[in-house]
Design a protein around this ligand. Structure first.
Ligand code: ZN
Length: 269
């Protein structure tokens, strides 16, 4: 009886805590409100920026480029979501784009639009469109609420009690889960790789958003091939530990190219 009761409760939690993503149409577990995640992201982002070397965008072409590419993608997404009557999906977004000095090949976007690009990524992206592909992918994870979904799955799997603001309760487990999902900072106890489903979604919408922002989506194939090559060497770039590249993934990107190209209008940069 107890078991049945517990099952009924967990089933009803799952039932009430699933939302249908307006853009993908996919049902996602959402045990933690997006607003709570954004609030936590602002605080973690500020801490990250104070603990790492941010490249000033004054007179630095790379840092300027990160802000330019990021803003163009953010503007394209905002325009598209607004036109589609989905502006509520971006509620609370206050975009920020920072380049951080680090050899790591990585970039990420936290809920609410807090983005970091590591200088180590730029030799691989090679050009502005290459960077747009990576940023399109990372930003898609955020605006498609993938972090919220993963966070919810992890909380459920680890049996963390949900209620109130789970971050202010000082639960180390909760903070660990958050950090492992959003910012590959040090002292992370659990590794939670993105699901393949989320990766394919982020590739798909990332291509479209980069194209909407005026960047050639064809750049994606070469970019992920360069990434895959890095992976065959000794070091696995940070970004690939979370986003493995294989021939199936590149084939899926090629298949989506005609759709992405429909949105592509080049910009002069
Ligand atoms: Zn990804």
């Amino acid at each position: 009886m107890k078991k049945l009761f517990a099952l009924l409760i967990s089933t009803s939690i799952l039932f009430t805590a699933c939302t249908t993503n307006k853009i993908t149409g996919r049902s996602q577990l959402s045990l933690v409100p997006e607003s709570t995640l954004q609030q936590e992201a602002v605080s973690q982002y500020q801490t990250f920026l104070t603990q790492n070397k941010v490249v000033s965008s004054t007179n630095n072409k790379d840092a300027e480029m990160v802000k330019r590419v990021g803003s163009r993608i953010a503007n394209a997404i905002t325009k598209y979501y607004t036109e589609q009557g989905m502006a509520d999906q971006l509620a609370g977004y206050k975009w920020e784009f920072n380049l951080v000095q680090s050899n790591e090949v990585n970039a990420w976007c936290m809920p609410g639009g807090k983005v970091v690009v590591y200088t180590g990524l730029l030799p691989i992206t090679q050009n502005e469109a290459g960077l747009a592909i990576v940023l399109g992918h990372e930003i898609s994870h955020a605006v498609l609420h993938h972090g919220q979904e993963r966070m919810s799955q992890a909380l459920l799997a680890q049996g963390v009690q949900i209620g109130g603001n789970i971050f202010t309760s000082g639960n180390a487990q909760v903070n660990n889960i958050f950090n492992s999902i959003y910012a590959p900072t040090a002292q992370v106890g659990v590794l939670l790789p993105n699901s393949r489903k989320q990766e394919l979604e982020a590739d798909h919408y990332g291509l479209i958003f980069a194209a909407m922002a005026g960047y050639n989506p064809n750049e994606a194939v070469g970019l992920w091939e360069r990434m895959a090559k890095l992976n065959s060497g000794n070091q696995t770039p940070e970004i690939l530990s979370d986003h493995p590249v294989d021939s199936k993934r590149i084939a899926a990107i090629k298949k989506e190219m005609p759709e992405a190209l429909k949105y592509y209008k080049p910009v002069n940069s």
